[in-house]
Ligand binder design. Structure first.
Ligand SMILES: [Zn+2]
Length: 244
C-alpha cells in the first residue's frame, strides 16, 4: 500500500480537520517518570508541528463548534502541579490557550485515585493564575470516580458539585472531561443536565461533525511520543484500524 500524503490523510476524515490532544503531567523523566507525562520540549514540538502547518489552537470549549476547521485544542487532565510549573511556560512561549481539567475535591492535594500515587495537584490560586493567563479551567468531577461505577444521579452530582466549587473559587468552567474517559449510555445526558454543552472522552479519533458534542474524542499523548509518535497516532494508526 502506497502511503498517501499527510494532506490526504486529513482530508479523508469527512473534512473534519480538528482534533484534541490530551496530556496530564509535564516534566522530565527523572522527576515525573514516563507514565502520563511528557517532557516540556515534546509538548513544544507537538504544538509547534500544528502551528507550522497553519492550524489554529482553540480552547476546548470552541473546538466542537460548527464551522471550526483546521484547529486543535490542547487539554491537560487532573491539574498536576508539574503541568502548571512546566507546561504553562511552553504555552505562554507559543502564545496558545489550553484547558486544564480540575478535580474539585482534590485541588491543592494529591492525585489519590486509581493508578496514581498522590502526585501533587495545583491549588486554587495557581488555577486562578492560569485562568488569568488565558487558560480555561474545566470540570473533571468532584472526586474522579469512574462513571461506570455511578448511577444517573451520581454522575450528575459529581459534575454539579465540581461546577459549583469551581465557580465559588472564581473559575469559569465551560467544558467537562470524563475521568478515565469512562462513560455510560446516560453520561451525555448527565453532562447536559449539569449544564455543559461540551465534554470529552479519550477515544482516539479526530473530531467529526457526527460526534455527540458531550462525548468528543481526544488523542492521549505519552512520554514516548516524540513527533513521529504523534504522527503515527494521528495519521497512520486510524488508517490501519480502518477508521473514517
Ligand atoms: Zn483524570
Amino acid at each position: 500500500m502506497a502511503l498517501r500524503s499527510r494532506e490526504n490523510y486529513e482530508s479523508g476524515y469527512d473534512g473534519a480537520v480538528r482534533l484534541v490532544l490530551c496530556y496530564h503531567k509535564v516534566g522530565s523523566e527523572s522527576v515525573e517518570g514516563r507514565w502520563i507525562n511528557v517532557a516540556p520540549d515534546t509538548l513544544r514540538k507537538h504544538i509547534s508541528f500544528f502551528l507550522r502547518r497553519g492550524y489554529g489552537v482553540l480552547p476546548a470549549s470552541e473546538i466542537g463548534g460548527t464551522g471550526v476547521d483546521r484547529a486543535i485544542a490542547v487539554t491537560f487532565d487532573d491539574g498536576f502541579v508539574s503541568m502548571l510549573e512546566n507546561g504553562l511556560p511552553v504555552l505562554e512561549e507559543l502564545k496558545v490557550p489550553a484547558t486544564i481539567y480540575a478535580v474539585s475535591e482534590c485541588v491543592g492535594g494529591g492525585a489519590n485515585w486509581e493508578g496514581n500515587s498522590g502526585e501533587p495537584l495545583a491549588d486554587w490560586s495557581a488555577l486562578r493564575n492560569a485562568q488569568q493567563m488565558g487558560m480555561e479551567i474545566g470540570n473533571h468531577t468532584a472526586t474522579h470516580m469512574s462513571f461506570l461505577n455511578l448511577d444517573q444521579a451520581g454522575q450528575v452530582d459529581e459534575i454539579s458539585r465540581c461546577h459549583k466549587r469551581l465557580v465559588d473559587e472564581g473559575l469559569e468552567p465551560k467544558t467537562f472531561c470524563l475521568p478515565y474517559g469512562h462513560y455510560t449510555s446516560f453520561s451525555s445526558k448527565a453532562i447536559a443536565e449539569a449544564g455543559y454543552e461540551t465534554g470529552f472522552t479519550v477515544e482516539k479519533r479526530w473530531v467529526s461533525d457526527r460526534d455527540d458534542r458531550r462525548l468528543l474524542p481526544r488523542f492521549a499523548m505519552s512520554y514516548g511520543d516524540a513527533v513521529p509518535g504523534l504522527l503515527y497516532k494521528l495519521f497512520i494508526r486510524p488508517r490501519i484500524q480502518g477508521q473514517h
